[in-house]
Write a protein that binds this ligand. Structure first.
Ligand code: ZN
Length: 416
């Protein structure tokens, strides 16, 4: 392997991952020097800027460049170390599914899309945990994001307007993650229930809502759980009506925050915005693709770290960040990340809502190419060496024979 390629590999990826990738690239280079061209392209090791995030509908992958996908596999491995083998994330995209009759599988197939070249595993269990698993979260949030964009488009096309309401609750550094999130969810549930709600929204023509639960953590103020709610209302709401609505809704929110035992809500903890903001939030600020961008990492330092930023810091050796991530995972377990109000999906013609697990599962298209089936023995080795992401990146451009060569090189060099 040339020094140039190795250097580019090491600078294009985070340090630890760079070494793995470089080592793997090195093995392939030695195994078959002719693949150097495709590898340069595959890894984006040249001077190209990474492509803008693009979603691959077939694989469910966010095609935001190979480094982001490799980072997700690396972060998932860190979550596995942290949460232990009892947690479902530890088997996600790692353990082969058994046959319907419980029979063991005969290997792990890799498929490749003919249009984009994106490669993906089939026949593996997925955890579908949008809170704890970086690989599943990327697919789930991206698929939900695309559906939300469509929901907003349909509502607007019918003359409606979408408002963005953001609510949070009083919290301190000492607040327990579980109790805080539980109380925030309770305040939100009360806010949206009851007939009084109709009075609060009088004259607005509320069709339905979509609520998203998120959190960050800062050393100064602890956990910061908050809801972003999209309000699908009738069109033509002027600024005066919007102001009046904001005041009414804040009064209602503040009352339920007190009732949930959280103390006094500050007006800063409540915003209602109209215009383009809801659409912009969904198209630009939603989901993990954004979280993995550099801008967001910087931002998270100033305003609190996102959960996956905590996990990233844990992977880099920050044990306290790991403890915080584990707290967060147990506090959010079983909670809905995104919830449509009753009847809204039908109103917008969106059909049945897919489960997180369905969204996280890659479903091969008929036109996709079956590239290779990895033997159970090789798969164990790939998992042990944490090469799952690397193999998928290689599979974008290598032939089955070249991949087989890559596996056999690892077979002969891996420590027992
Ligand atoms: Zn998962």
């Amino acid at each position: 392997m040339s020094h140039g390629l190795l250097l580019r590999a090491k600078t294009a990826f985070p340090a630890a991952l760079g070494a793995t990738v470089a080592a793997s690239v090195d093995l392939v280079q030695h195994a078959r020097p002719a693949v150097r061209g495709p590898l340069d392209t595959t890894y984006g090791l040249c001077e190209h800027t990474p492509p803008a995030p693009v979603f691959d509908e077939g694989t469910g992958e966010v095609r935001d460049g190979s480094s982001a996908r490799l980072s997700r596999f690396q972060l998932q491995a860190a979550a596995r170390r942290l949460l232990g083998s009892g947690h479902r994330v530890s088997t996600c995209l790692r353990r082969p599914r058994t046959g319907l009759d419980g029979s063991p599988t005969l290997g792990v197939p890799i498929c490749r899309r003919l249009d984009s070249g994106a490669a993906y595993y089939t026949g593996l269990l997925v955890c579908g945990n949008a809170w704890a698993c970086p690989c599943c979260a990327a697919k789930i949030s991206e698929r939900r994001r695309l559906e939300l964009i469509e929901a907003i488009r349909r509502h607007r096309a019918a003359g409606g307007e979408v408002l963005l309401m953001t609510t949070t609750v009083p919290h301190t550094r000492e607040s327990c993650a579980f109790e805080l999130v539980d109380a925030a969810c309770e305040a939100t549930r009360r806010f949206w229930s009851g007939k009084v709600r109709e009075r609060a929204f009088a004259g607005v023509g509320l069709v339905g809502t979509v609520r998203a639960l998120e959190t960050t953590h800062s050393d100064a103020n602890g956990w910061h759980p908050h809801f972003h709610s999209l309000l699908f209302v009738a069109g033509g709401l002027g600024i005066v009506a919007l102001d009046a609505l904001e005041r009414r809704l804040f009064t209602r929110w503040a009352r339920h925050v007190v009732a949930a035992g959280l103390g006094t809500a500050s007006p800063d903890a409540f915003t209602l915005q109209g215009g383009e903001l809801a659409a912009r939030y969904v198209s630009k600020g939603w989901g993990l693709a954004e979280e993995l961008s550099k801008a967001n990492v910087k931002q998270s330092r100033a305003f609190g770290r996102t959960p996956f930023a905590l996990l990233r810091d844990y992977a880099a050796g920050d044990a306290r960040a790991g403890a915080l991530f584990a707290d967060y995972v147990s506090a959010f377990k079983g909670r809905s990340q995104l919830r449509y109000s009753r009847g809204l999906r039908e109103h917008l013609g969106l059909g049945r809502e897919a489960t997180d697990e369905e969204l996280a599962q890659a479903v091969p298209e008929r036109t996709d190419e079956h590239l290779i089936t990895i033997s159970p023995r090789d798969w164990v080795l790939i998992c042990r060496l944490e090469l799952r992401g690397v193999v998928l990146e290689l599979a974008r451009t290598l032939t089955a024979l070249e991949l087989e060569h890559f596996f056999s090189t690892h077979r002969s060099t891996a420590p027992p």
